[in-house]
Design a protein around this ligand. Sequence first.
Ligand code: FMN
Length: 196
Amino acid sequence: MSNDLKNDVLKNIYSRRSVRDYLPDDVPDDVIRELILAGTYAPSAANKQPWRFVVIKNRELIKKLSGKAKELWMEQAAKSSQPELKSLASMVSRQNFDIFFNAPLLIMIFSDSDAFSPQIDCPLAGENMMLAARSLGIGSCWIGLAAPLGQDPAIMADLSVPDRCKLEGCLIFGYPVKLDQKAPKRDEDVVLKWIK
Ligand SMILES: Cc1cc2nc3c(=O)[nH]c(=O)nc-3n(C[C@H](O)[C@H](O)[C@H](O)COP(=O)(O)O)c2cc1C
């Protein structure tokens, strides 16, 4: 695409990166509210708007959730013969490895039960939030490694998440140590067919 087509929205999209190194500064509550509002402006099937958010700024709790997710991965790997799962578990089992990269803010996205397509709607909200964060100088990263937390009833009860809600994704946010990280290379050969 030629450079004169790159408006601010496109520049924001191209410069969003998954950030894994955060300054200790808190993300202010009014900024968090804006991120959530941006999330709620995502499209959703039949306009169900099924997203529900749990905002966690308590660093001890974020650490505890990281530890719990690691334990759950290791338990799953111990029961499995899949080599990929075993190597993932050995990666996460490192004592100092925090799946949330010591980020000062974790937002868990849940879907409410009457959604048509929660697995699509909620990540759309998540991407809106990550792009909104980028536009405000805040880094973010989707943490798929946190997924097993949603299958642990005790954790869900601790977080006061109603039984009808399902964990769809976990996002970390914070001020990045390094601005303007280089993007991992994008594949260019992605169009299967261009029919005119
Ligand atoms: C569904 C999903 C799960 C992801 N899980 C993790 C994760 O657990 N840990 C992590 O460091 N990055 C995770 N990422 C971030 C990807 O590694 C990242 O988006 C990819 O390498 C491209 O880099 P970019 O986001 O900077 O463009 C995840 C991304 C997605 C979409």
